[in-house]
Ligand binder design. Structure first.
Ligand code: ADP
Ligand code: F6P
Length: 326
């Protein structure tokens, strides 16, 4: 079996806080095992453009606390074409890179699965996305920071909601997963939390709000997770306004502030662990897998499974949000 001498590391897809901590862990673990390590800038695009940067221990100094990714990231739709991946493979081989660590979300793992499968190239993935929607790990890097950022923002919105008797519809990210919505909903004491996985219709939402008003609750926070059937926060607010015209409503879309900022302690620890384990996995000749942590244990999930299955939001927690928001 060909021994691994040089590892490439890249970040791909949407950035998430803690990606830098993961890069740092990959670089320093590789150096510990006396393996060369190359940073690939701008994700899969960077392989095509040969944006390869040799990394030393100092290349990753003072980044553990920084959001974003020092390697930059990108979406690279052309990577879905096999001949484009052939160019990528040739560029990797010509640069002497014989294994890859891909830090990203499920889309990035689909890319890794395709590249690794086409050319039998060793790749290990590290789950990093604020959405927490990747099967095979309890938490993804960036999720904890994102929910804390969202929680702090919603706490501030609550001050204005109460001072002006307003009902705020606050949209949080998550693509089509409700993890950010559910966790911020319970943590901010939101009156209503809408998540894509659990159907709510406009009539039952309005009935609930009318009952709330009878209880003299005149202000409130309604969390609208993106990807839900009822639409964006703007659309949900407009529908409520049609049913209850005298409601004073405001809409806030938290947007990309959820993706940035200094990672929390949990995200830094998770990223450090997963970066270390990813390099160890390659040296153990593992390939085509994502490293994760499930119930405190390190796990290796084939990309195919990580991409095709989904973590489920905790329905018990959803029931708790309803009970506690009376
Ligand atoms: P994330 O990794 O955050 O889910 P994306 O879904 O945008 O982000 O995927 C990141 C990149 O992964 C894409 O821009 C593309 O380069 C690559 N990718 C996604 N799906 C595939 C696929 N089916 N085949 C090859 N590459 C893919
Ligand atoms: O996957 C992370 C995420 O922030 C999702 O929550 C969101 O749906 C999407 O990326 C937004 O992507 P973009 O920055 O390309 O609009």
């Amino acid at each position: 079996m060909h021994e691994i001498e040089k590892i490439g590391v890249l970040t791909s897809g949407g950035d998430s806080p803690g990606m830098n901590a993961a890069i740092r862990a990959v670089v320093r673990t590789a150096i510990f095992y006396k393996i060369d390590v190359v940073g690939i800038q701008e994700g899969y695009k960077g392989i095509l453009k040969k944006k390869f940067v040799p990394m030393q221990s100092q290349s990753v100094s003072k980044i553990i606390n920084r959001g974003g990714t020092i390697l930059m990231t990108s979406r690279c739709p052309e990577f879905k074409e096999k001949e484009v991946r052939k160019t990528a493979y040739d560029n990797l081989v010509n640069a002497g890179i014989d294994a890859l660590v891909v830090i990203g979300g499920d889309g990035s793992f689909r890319g890794a699965m395709a590249l690794g499968g086409d050319f039998d190239f060793p790749i290990v993935g590290i789950p990093a996305t604020i959405d927490n929607d990747i099967y095979g790990t309890d938490y993804t890097i960036g999720f904890d920071t994102a929910i804390n950022t969202a929680m702090e923002a919603i706490d501030k919105i609550r001050d204005t909601a109460q001072s002006h008797n307003l009902v705020f519809f606050v949209e949080v990210m998550g693509r089509d997963a409700g993890f950010i919505g559910l966790n911020t909903g319970i943590a901010t004491g939101a009156e209503v939390t809408l998540v894509p996985e659990i159907m709510t219709d406009i009539d039952s939402l309005c009935k609930y709000l009318v009952v709330e008003r009878r209880k003299n609750k005149t202000s409130g926070i309604i969390i609208v997770s993106e990807g839900g059937k009822m639409g964006s926060a703007e659309e949900v607010a407009a529908q409520v306004k049609q049913h209850i015209p005298d409601y004073s409503t405001r809409v806030t879309t938290l947007g990309h502030i959820q993706r940035g900022g200094s990672p929390t302690c949990s995200d830094r620890v998770l990223a450090s662990m997963l970066g270390y384990e990813a390099v160890g996995a390659l040296l153990d000749n593992r390939k085509g897998v994502m490293v994760g942590i499930h119930k405190g244990e390190v796990t290796f999930t084939p990309f195919e499974e990580a991409c095709s299955r989904h973590n489920q939001v905790n329905r018990d927690l959803y029931e708790v949000t309803k009970i506690l928001s009376v």
